[in-house]
Design a protein around this ligand. Structure first.
Ligand code: SAM
Ligand code: SF4
Length: 467
């Protein structure tokens, strides 16, 4: 029995991708993990390096939002390594703010969901994931394929994990799609350069700022500035926009501008951008190259890592229903989100867009998308997960279900009428507005964020891990 446990721990450590780990892990339950909270992000990355150099397995992961600390990212180690880690960090002159157990608190519901009456193979896998075992391909494959009563159990478990990890407040953010020009040719996207039937627009810096002020007046704290990969918006122009919005509104700023020059990530962060969203779309190298002419997933991943290293709260995500994608490929995406410690994870179905090579393809399946949201929540407990606009585009009910099976965020479309119709990434895009967002919150008996209730007068609240 002991040997089985040791082998499991070694498998777990290898799956964690711990650098330099070759020998045996100390005999600790893989569920016994600990978060180390540091003073600031610079210390987190310095501590990560020091621990790796000392051969101690470590991951940087989103901070548990309920434990709002000084920093959005914490270090995850095993309990067995805690003494050695303290020594290493002390020697490196790094102070530990505090340590927190990474386990879910034991409750009656968790016992029931992960427990004894879950005798079948699905129940065993579900309880393993609930116990905090590192995600494995075979386990996630089983969970992603769940249907019938298994699916009900999966969604319920994910909703429960969302509730105890993040809470009942549904975070509401606003997207401002300020340009639909794009230099790239992603096969699924209506904004692709090759789509000559699309009427293109760019909002001026003043128009962007005016709209940001309107968003703030609604009480919203986070604005997502999104566009195609539009190099007309040079470093200086983007910096000016970030500084103006920050100065006028104090809002948190999420950038979703696609891939930029490596040095720009740091420059935008310095100028005041807080979060950066760059979906990996798929971690499958073949599918990625097929759909993104002239690009590779390795390059994409490099950019996501640069963003995290530049100190952003980092967003990524995938598309469900891409040609050639199977359940294993989606499972690998989830394991990648977990390995990279992604703070915000957007899971959306593929929606066909006219005038693209995939215009006649079938949309992504709603149930598989919902299962993916649920499994992502079980694996990446502290991450912010939106119930996406793409899901709402397939059906309003699907977006509602997304919130009920692990998601905790809604993104409103706040692009001004007159141009929003031209931001046609896919057909019949659903313009999620505040009324619909509040209807969903009420229907699910969840909580409206205090900043919305305050009607725009409250100062932005203290920052949580999800931004
Ligand atoms: N250009 C930036 C980028 O690619 O990161 C940001 C804008 S892009 C329109 C935002 C996201 O839209 C992409 O990350 C992709 O996942 C999603 N998207 C584009 N076309 C889609 C489609 N047909 N179905 C579902 N999602 C799509
Ligand atoms: Fe451009 Fe982004 Fe659309 Fe790709 S997904 S074509 S980068 S807007």
């Amino acid at each position: 029995m002991k040997r089985v446990r040791e082998i499991f721990i070694i498998r777990a450590a290898n799956r964690l991708g711990f650098a330099g780990f070759e020998g045996r892990m100390p005999v600790v339950n893989a569920g016994e993990l600990l978060y180390i909270v540091c003073k600031n992000l610079t210390d987190v990355f310095r501590a990560e390096k020091a621990l790796q150099e000392a051969g101690i397995p470590v991951r940087t992961v989103p901070s548990p939002p309920k434990e709002v600390g000084p920093c959005s990212t914490v270090l995850e180690i095993t309990v067995g390594d805690s003494k050695r880690s303290s020594g290493v960090l002390e020697q490196s002159g790094l102070e530990i703010e505090k340590t927190i157990p990474a386990r879910l608190p034991r409750t009656e519901l968790l016992e029931r969901l992960s427990g004894k009456n879950n005798a079948g193979s699905f129940g065993k896998v579900l309880s393993g994931v609930l116990e905090g075992l590192p995600p494995s391909l075979p386990d996630l494959r089983i969970l992603l394929k769940a249907s019938g009563t298994d699916r009900e159990a999966l969604w319920k478990a994910a909703d429960y994990v969302r509730q105890i990890s993040i809470g009942d407040v549904v975070d509401i953010r606003a997207a401002l799609e300020f340009s639909n020009h794009c230099r790239r040719n992603c096969s699924y996207c209506g904004l692709r350069q090759g789509n000559s039937n699309l009427s293109r627009y760019r909002m001026t810096e003043n128009e962007i700022l005016e709209q940001a002020v309107r968003v703030r007046a609604m009480g919203i704290q986070t604005i997502i500035l999104q566009s195609g990969e539009d190099t007309w918006f040079t470093t200086t122009r983007v910096v000016n926009i970030i500084k103006a919005i920050k100065q006028e509104t104090g809002m948190y700023i999420t950038l979703s501008l696609g891939e930029r020059e490596p040095e720009e990530y740091g420059i935008f962060r310095q100028a005041g951008a807080d979060n950066y969203l760059l979906k990996v779309e798929t971690t499958n190298p073949h599918i990625y190259s097929e759909l993104h002419p002239g690009s590779t997933v390795t390059e994409r991943i490099k950019h996501v890592r640069m963003i995290k290293q530049a100190g952003y709260i980092t967003g990524s995500g995938n598309i469900i229903g891409l040609p050639g994608q199977d359940v294993d490929s989606i499972a690998r995406d989830i394991i990648w989100f977990w390995q990279e410690g992604i703070h915000m994870i957007g899971v959306g179905p593929f929606v066909p867009a006219v005038n693209t090579p995939l215009e006649t393809n079938t949309p992504g399946a709603v149930d598989l998308t919902l299962n993916t949201i649920a499994v992502t929540r079980l694996v990446c407990r502290n991450s912010y997960i939106p119930s996406t606009t793409a899901l709402a585009t397939l059906s309003r009910e699907a977006q509602l279900k997304g919130l009920a099976c692990g998601a905790n965020t809604i993104m409103l479309i706040m692009t001004p009428p007159g141009v929003r119709e031209k931001y046609k990434i896919y057909a019949n895009k659903m313009m999620v507005d505040i009324e619909w967002a509040l209807t969903m919150v009420k229907a699910l008996q969840r909580q409206t964020p205090p900043y919305i209730q305050a009607g725009g007068l409250a100062e932005p609240e203290q920052r949580t891990a999800g931004g």
